[in-house]
Design a protein around this ligand. Structure first.
Ligand code: FAD
Ligand code: FES
Length: 279
């Protein structure tokens, strides 16, 4: 039986400074063999524990998509011990990866439906995975309209600029980017995500909304989605509670009777309404 605490060694092939403030880096990790890659079958929305040997491990959402073979991507904010150690790592170093962990976005339920993805700041990681997955030519036909509303404080804090530029040109996706305050050279929208969502007013008919971002953004966007008519069963969120084991053993992440690491991190708003407000 596979030991769930044993990390898979992976090679750091790219340590990329993603944002202007240099606080978010995106790491591309390469599998060492085809066998290792087969032992890590994941879906958009899942996360993994990244282990820096001698420092510790911490959970991070998987930003790559299973439709991108050979590697995994993680975008990490520098906040503490493990994330700082990762930021300082040289390309070519080895990183341990434990996973894939948790559940994933219900992509089967999205089939035949429109999908509205709403993301704020650096919480866009697993949303990138989801959009990339649905946009793959083998899968794009499974879904209706795909709309992405993505905002950050300023243009320098938007993640994945190359992809955003490609999505802007693509007929397969409707991308709306916004920043909090106007700056020179920015031609996109200006405004907070709740207000922009209200302006764009995506139809709730036959549509799922997936929302990830800072708590304040979620708090103010939720009433907008409800006003637009999204039922709580079709609003999907991903939680980032503090975790330790990541596999439902230690009880660190529980909310009511649920373990966020195992029963989540992806929940519908309807499921969350049944839980104590501790997330
Ligand atoms: C499912 C999941 C997915 C995540 N995905 C990402 C991601 O894609 N990118 C990313 O940058 N981060 C993500 N996080 C958050 C990340 O795991 C934490 O920031 C982690 O603590 C970083 O480890 P560290 O050792 O650098 O920080 P630590 O040294 O452990 O802590 C640094 C600071 O962060 C605080 N902290 C730790 N965990 C949390 C938490 N869950 N919520 C609020 N504050 C916390 C600590 O109290 C401390 O102040 C995710 C968390 C979860 C549970
Ligand atoms: S992190 Fe241990 S039970 Fe969830």
């Amino acid at each position: 039986m596979k030991n769930p605490y044993l990390p898979l060694p992976m090679k750091l092939v790219k340590n990329f400074t993603e944002t202007e403030d240099k606080l978010i880096h995106t790491f591309t990790l390469q599998f060492l063999s085809e066998e290792d890659e087969k032992s890590f079958p994941y879906m958009p929305g899942q996360f993994a524990e990244l282990c820096v040997f001698g420092k510790g491990e911490a959970p991070f959402g998987i930003a790559s998509s299973p439709t991108e073979p050979g590697f995994l991507k993680f975008s990490v904010a520098k906040v503490g011990v493990v994330s700082t150690a990762l930021h300082l790592m040289e390309e070519g170093s080895m990183v341990g990866v434990r996973g894939p962990l948790g559940n994933y976005y219900p992509v089967e339920d999205f089939k035949g439906k429109n999908v509205v993805i709403i993301g704020g700041g650096f919480a866009f990681t697993t949303l990138r995975s989801l959009a990339t997955y649905m946009l793959h030519p083998d899968r794009r036909g499974d879904y209706g309209d795909i709309t992405v509303i993505y905002g950050a404080r300023n243009p320098g804090l938007l993640l994945y600029k190359e992809e955003l530029a490609a999505w802007e040109q693509s007929p397969d996706i409707n991308l709306i980017t916004t920043i909090d305050r106007a700056v020179d050279g920015w031609n996109g929208r200006v405004g907070f995500i709740p207000a922009v969502t209200e302006e764009v007013a995506p139809s709730s008919e036959n549509t799922y909304a997936i929302i990830c971002g800072p708590p304040v953004m979620i708090k103010f966007t939720m009433p907008v989605l409800e006003k637009l008519g999204f039922p709580v069963e079709r609003i999907i969120m991903s939680l980032e509670n503090r975790m330790k084991c990541g596999i439902g053993m230690c009880g660190r992440c529980n909310v009511g009777g649920k373990y966020v690491c195992k029963d989540g991190p992806v929940f519908t708003r309807a499921q969350l309404n049944e839980l104590p407000n501790e997330y």
